[in-house]
Design a binder for this molecule. Structure first.
Ligand code: FAD
Length: 292
């Protein structure tokens, strides 16, 4: 089954995890996965270090998901430092493991880089290459409700998203966003720009103060007043912060679902306990399953 087929039938529900470093065992993440399977994700996506650092663990993990037969693995993949030949070899490897869903990304430049240092400069070129050479893949691309931080304007960024659609992308996975008014405006704008791809909305749980601020700022994302107040009020007390952050995340999940998305994608940060608590408190999995 393809993720796009699932999205045509119902709202999709999925998780993102990141693989361990090369020298660390895979086992803890496999256990995390067992806990996450309880929520019957339609797919689990696995991040990919730009430049291919740690790519082996990404492959091993996607393979483990595939072999479990419990859900669809979606690998992330970036252009950074990659030649056409290398990309071909990597994609063949995924396909040999029956991993045929990919989030095609340019990737962030490693420190000191100002370009991809590979054969492709932008994600749309990677999408086109995959479509031409490996049409078996279902291809997701990144979307930025608050615009990508390097784009000169939201309109320019949406135009680039349109190019990714025209190159053959199948669905959009969105960057973290806490500003739901902006998210709804972006949805409207991309539809007006002729982008009809299904939207899989990424939800970043609010669990700890510094990473929450760091991730928002590094992506050029807004911290709305409600979240800023939460940080101001509970920032010095990690336990209270996490409790309030989880409640905030539950509200956020419902705002996304009510915005008319096609899929809900939880960035788990590999923290299955926290994610489980959020899902239990929200009851969202049952609601999505029953189509309420
Ligand atoms: P592009 O679509 O190529 O866009 C990059 C910038 O260039 C944008 O500003 C865009 O407006 C502009 N642009 C696009 N096309 C053109 C063009 N033809 N001419 C001029 N400008 C253009 N990174 C990782 O390294 N590993 C991961 O696993 C990972 N997972 C992610 C998951 C999600 C859901 C998201 C949203 C992002 C993820 N990222 C990951 C981050 C991503 O790699 C960065 O945001 C990166 O900076 C941009 O990647 P992109 O594919 O959106 O690039």
């Amino acid at each position: 089954m393809k993720v796009t087929e699932i999205m045509r039938r119902k709202m999709c529900f999925s998780f993102e995890v990141f693989p361990p470093k090369a020298e660390q065992p895979l086992e803890p993440l496999l256990q995390t996965l067992e806990h996450l399977y309880r929520y019957e994700p339609d797919f689990v996506s696995c991040t990919y270090g730009a430049g291919g650092t740690n790519a082996g663990r990404n492959v091993a993990f996607c393979q483990a998901i595939k072999e479990s037969g419990r859900t669809i693995p979606v690998t992330h993949y970036t252009c950074i430092g990659n030649s056409r030949e290398q990309i071909k070899a990597d994609l063949q490897r995924y396909l040999s493991l029956s991993v045929d869903h990919i989030l095609a990304l340019r990737g962030d430049f490693p420190k000191g880089w100002t370009e991809t240092m590979g054969d492709f400069d932008y994600a749309n070129e990677l999408v086109e290459f995959i479509k031409e050479n490996f049409p078996q893949f279902t291809i997701a691309v990144a979307g930025y409700p608050e615009k990508h931080f390097q784009a000169p304007s939201l309109e320019a960024d949406i135009a680039h998203l349109r190019v990714k659609q025209d190159a053959g992308a199948d669905f959009i996975m969105t960057q973290l966003c806490y500003d739901l008014d902006q998210f709804r405006r972006w949805m409207e704008k991309i539809r007006q720009a002729g982008i009809h791809l299904p939207i899989d909305a990424g939800v970043m749980p609010v669990l700890t103060k510094e990473p929450t601020i760091r991730m928002a700022v590094s992506n050029g994302s807004a911290v709305p007043r409600e979240l800023a107040e939460l940080i101001a009020r509970y920032g010095e007390n990690p336990e209270d912060f996490k409790k309030a952050g989880k409640e905030y995340t539950v509200r956020l999940i419902y705002e996304f679902v009510n915005a008319g998305i096609d899929g809900l994608h939880i960035y788990t940060l590999n923290r299955w306990q926290d994610v489980s608590e959020i899902l239990e408190a929200s009851g969202i999995r049952g609601k999505i399953r029953s189509g309420e």
